[in-house]
Design a protein around this ligand. Structure first.
Ligand code: PLP
Length: 392
């Protein structure tokens, strides 16, 4: 196990606040910030565009970072596309899959809007979308997905970990069920990447979308998309970087991953992401997972003991806890925690309205934990929620 107090030295902002909003975006460790500075100070240039030394250095650093990220997920680098966030990754698949009239897509009520709206939008192409239920703890039942499959089902899109309930879905089972009928599966790994060990070769999903700026500790503006068979997706944005030949009669696209990375990429961001993933690997993802889950489960248990506080999600949750305080809007709870103890939590619908509306939850407050949070912070947080329940 790593020393959390040593780790905190790499995240200076943690001296100023209690940061419990890592589900939205994490803080970035010093080595990653330094790697980005190094790019700007010493070799800032464009990707693959020139024969000069700076361009070569920048291209090599970008490709090294891709390899680190791909290796982290046990995926080939050529199948690992660097995007700007999870949302872009999912949209690349939704818009490049080529859905046609009567094609059937299955998703679930537990999804973030980023893994929901892009599929609903395919109705404009005549596709039919079915939405599997979630139970009161946010779990999807793989058997229900099995029953929804028809001979027209073309894709199943499911989130790995719910960003509202912290429920860890049985995606292995869902993939197994889907593959029995040769149906590809997209996994939204926004809340799982970097928070648990993920071996994409073993998992065998067809598409895996994740953020670089959440559990992987990279900067904002980074994301990844793994595509098992890049030929199944047509690139939707074309131009520089994607093209191997062009004349007045037509053009040829490069192979993956370049064909999905049109224009100048986020070079400093991806280089920072590579350094962040190396940092995470040194601490060990299994250690990180155990640490985060313990904090969240402890916080959930203690919040449940407070009268007037309702906690959502299962006991064996991942590293986040959503809750409501009777008589208070979630935003009011968040503002009071900030004012009282500089605690930063998320409040509202967390961009996941369908599931909450279905379960009659009118938004919630959410504390989400990362590898740098401590037991002392949980103590202060629980005490602050307790105080919030008292008349202001
Ligand atoms: C489950 C889930 N999917 C998708 C997203 C969107 O991620 P991004 O901001 O990287 O596009 C989030 C963000 O919180 C999320 O929690």
């Amino acid at each position: 196990m790593y020393d959390v107090y040593e780790v905190r030295k790499d995240f200076p902002v943690l001296e100023k606040v209690i940061y419990l909003d890592s589900g939205a975006t994490t803080q970035t460790p010093k080595p990653a910030v330094e790697a980005m500075n190094d790019f700007f100070y010493n070799y800032g240039a464009n990707y693959g565009r020139g024969a000069h030394r700076l361009s070569i250095a920048a291209t090599n650093a970008f490709e090294d970072a891709r390899e680190i990220v791909a290796d982290f997920f046990n995926a080939p680098p050529e199948n690992t596309i660097m995007t700007k966030n999870t949302t872009e990754s999912i949209n690349i698949v939704a818009n490049g899959f080529g859905f046609q009239k009567d094609d059937h897509i299955i998703t679930t009520m537990g999804e973030h809007h980023s893994n929901f709206v892009p599929w609903l939008r395919q109705k404009e192409n005549g596709a039919v979308v079915s939405v599997a239920d979630i139970d009161p703890e946010g779990f999807v039942n793989p058997e229900q997905i099995d029953e929804m499959i028809t001979d027209k089902t073309k894709l199943i899109a499911v989130g790995h970990i719910s960003n509202v309930f912290g429920s860890i879905q049985n995606i292995e089972k869902i993939i197994q069920i889907a593959h029995k009928s040769n149906i590809p599966v997209l996994v939204d790994g926004a809340q799982s990447a970097g928070h648990m060990e993920i071996d994409l070769a073993a998992l065998d999903c067809d598409y895996f979308a994740a953020a670089g700026h959440k559990g992987l500790l990279g900067p904002q503006g980074t994301g990844i998309l793994y595509i098992k068979d890049p030929e199944t997706i047509q690139p939707t944005v074309l131009g520089g970087g994607t093209t191997s030949d062009a004349d007045a009669c037509g053009f040829k696209t490069k192979p993956a991953p370049e064909r999905f990375e049109a224009g100048t990429p986020n070079l400093p961001g991806v280089i920072g992401l590579g350094a962040a993933v190396e940092y995470l690997q040194k601490l060990g993802v299994k250690n990180v997972e155990a640490h985060e889950n313990k904090l969240a489960r402890d916080a959930a248990k203690r919040l449940k003991e407070i009268e007037g506080v309702e906690v959502y999600g299962p006991e064996n949750r991942a590293g986040l806890v959503s809750f409501n305080v009777e008589g208070l809007e979630p935003h009011t709870v968040a503002m009071r925690l900030d004012k009282a103890e500089k605690i930063c939590i998320r409040s509202g619908y967390h961009c996941a309205m369908p599931g909450q509306k279905a379960l009659g939850i009118n938004g919630s407050a959410r504390a989400s934990f990362a590898l740098y949070n401590t037991e002392e912070e949980v103590d202060i947080f629980v005490k602050a929620v307790l105080d919030t329940c008292q008349p202001f």
